[in-house]
Write a protein that binds this ligand. Structure first.
Ligand code: XMP
Length: 513
């Protein structure tokens, strides 16, 4: 296995993900408990992550010296590279020119085990840089093996000790060969076989859940989406009847979804499920609410209240299970404890466990969406369910800017279903991260037959994304959108104009509210 020591980078879990992609098991441990993790895991390699601190300050976090003296290969990334330099006898300074941020190129000077079968001396390769400090003297035994304009020691290596340091971030997609470099470290340098699979993740998590929960009772809130469903099925496999699922049905789901969840859980898996139909409560409370954050807050709060009431009926549970994914974690909290701006209040994280005084079971916390899908398939969930596009907790309410009413929900559901049906028929569904319709609080004039219409505008959105944190607009074949627009205007009363959203994220977000 590989131990990833976390120094607070926003993208540490991406390192773990790349290691998993290389077919190697890894665990992320905060630097404070790295020694403990090391003794427990006896890893074949160590990766030191990036981080927001500056090595030049006495007070910034260090790697336990023992880890650097254990005879185990080490890969230092960004802050991790600088730490290795500082702790092994080199030096780190604040870059005089302000550092390097974004796309950069490294020139390969020498071959090394990290580059095996990938990068040759003399070649230039694109990487992603994000650093204000840089190494200005490397420790004894190290050699520079690649350089960049802003970092003479962009990659350094001590082949005899199997120590490697990269100033850039190989874990992000903007370093095209980054995954392969990390795979080289895991397999080639550390000698790991690369045969670890999602089946083993399943087994390890089941073990972990059993240890955490013991004989306790667990309640799981189902949102109707893939994440909470996968978490529930996994937990059920671990502890069986100790789990009760509560599905708070707020009536703001896509067409046919609530029914699908109920039949899947009760019919297919035979998992105890409490289905609470509270559509009226939600719609009633949303009356007159137009501010996006107010909608989110109301839905989040009401969800919690309903859930709490149902959970107390079940009684005796001390654990709360959630399908929290890694991107939810980083979008909702700041790792460094510093101020982070709330872009949107995600309703599925936070609040509930403290209030109900429950301990959290979050088996998917380190996974990304596509990994959750893979795990879902591994657990036998139907492909059509697992492959469903992500859907936000607050549901259609945040796809209806302005006031949410039953009528507008029905219009949106119908239009959305047509859009998705056409996408599936065109064989495009799986190439798209998320496609959905947004019903705008804008009415425009149209003409149908001989009559004038004055109806709502519907916006269509489709994006591609790896993890929902950034997104590109999906490019439909030329005749697709006009066909969908025609169908929607013809078949959905209340919509007389359809537009397409061409905004990427950033600067737009995926959802409109
Ligand atoms: P944004 O709109 O922030 O969305 O670009 C990023 C991803 O998150 C989903 N999303 C949510 N998911 N609860 C969720 O579980 C929420 O409150 C929520 N808000 C947005 C969104 O659909 C996209 O996949």
């Amino acid at each position: 296995s590989i131990l990833i020591v976390d120094f607070g980078s926003q993208v540490t879990q991406l390192i773990a993900r790349r290691v998993r992609e290389a077919g190697v098991y890894s665990e992320v441990a905060p630097f404070q408990s790295a020694e403990e993790a090391f003794d427990r895991m006896r890893p074949a390699g160590i990766i030191l992550s990036g981080g927001p601190a500056s090595v030049t300050l006495e007070t910034s976090p260090r790697a336990p010296q023992r880890l650097l003296e254990a005879g185990v290969p080490v890969l230092g990334i960004c802050y991790g590279q600088q730490l290795m330099s500082a702790q092994l006898g080199g030096n780190v300074v604040i870059s005089g020119d302000g550092g390097e941020f974004g796309k950069a190129f490294v020139e390969v000077k020498q071959s090394c085990a990290l580059f095996e079968g990938l990068w040759q001396p003399g070649e230039r390769h694109q990487v992603w840089m994000s650093h204000g400090d840089k190494v200005d003297a490397i420790p004894p035994g190290f050699e520079p093996v690649a350089t960049s304009e802003g970092a003479p020691f962009a990659v350094v290596a001590d082949e005899s000790r199997r120590f490697y340091g990269v100033q850039f971030h190989p874990e992000v997609v903007h370093t095209p060969d980054g995954g392969k470099l990390i795979a080289n470290f895991a397999r080639h340098v550390c000698g790991l076989a690369g045969d670890w699979t999602m089946a083993e993740f399943r087994g390890a998590k089941i073990q972990e859940i059993r240890e955490q929960v013991g004989k306790g009772r667990v309640i799981c809130g189902l949102s109707g989406g893939v994440d909470s469903a996968v978490a529930a099925v996994l937990i059920h496999e671990a502890i069986g009847e100790q789990l009760t699922c509560v599905f708070v049905d707020h009536g703001l789901m896509r067409s046919g979804e609530a029914e699908q969840v109920v039949s899947l859980f009760r019919g297919h898996y035979n998992i105890p499920l409490v289905h609470v139909d509270v559509a009226d409560l939600f719609l009633g409370g949303l009356a007159g609410v137009t501010d996006p954050e107010a909608k989110r807050k109301f839905i989040g709060k009401t969800f919690i209240e309903v859930f709490e009431a149902e959970a107390s009926k079940v009684g005796g549970a001390e654990f709360l299970a959630q399908g929290t994914l890694y991107p939810d974690v980083i979008e909702s909290v700041s790792f460094t404890g510093g101020p982070s701006v709330t872009i949107k209040s995600h309703h599925n994280v936070g609040g509930l466990p403290e209030r109900m005084n429950m301990k959290l079971v979050e088996p998917l916390r380190e996974l990304f969406k596509d990994e959750v899908r893979e795990l879902g398939r591994e657990l036998g969930l139907p492909n059509a369910f697992v492959g469903r596009h992500p859907f936000p907790g607050p549901g259609l309410a945040i796809r209806i800017p302005g006031e949410v009413t039953q009528e507008r929900c029905d219009i949106l559901r119908k239009a959305d279903a047509i859009y998705l049906e056409e996408i599936k028929n065109a064989g495009l569904y799986d190439s798209i991260w998320q496609a959905f319709a947004v019903l705008l609080p804008v009415r425009t004039v149209g003409v149908m037959g001989d009559g004038r219409t004055y109806d709502s505008v519907l916006a269509l959105r489709a994006v591609t994304s790896v993890d929902g944190m950034t997104a590109e607009v999906f490019d439909f074949p030329g005749d697709f959108l006009p066909r969908v627009a025609t169908r929607i205007v013809n078949e959905v009363r209340g919509v007389n104009r359809v537009v397409y959203d061409y905004t990427s994220k950033p600067p737009g977000t995926i959802e409109w509210e």
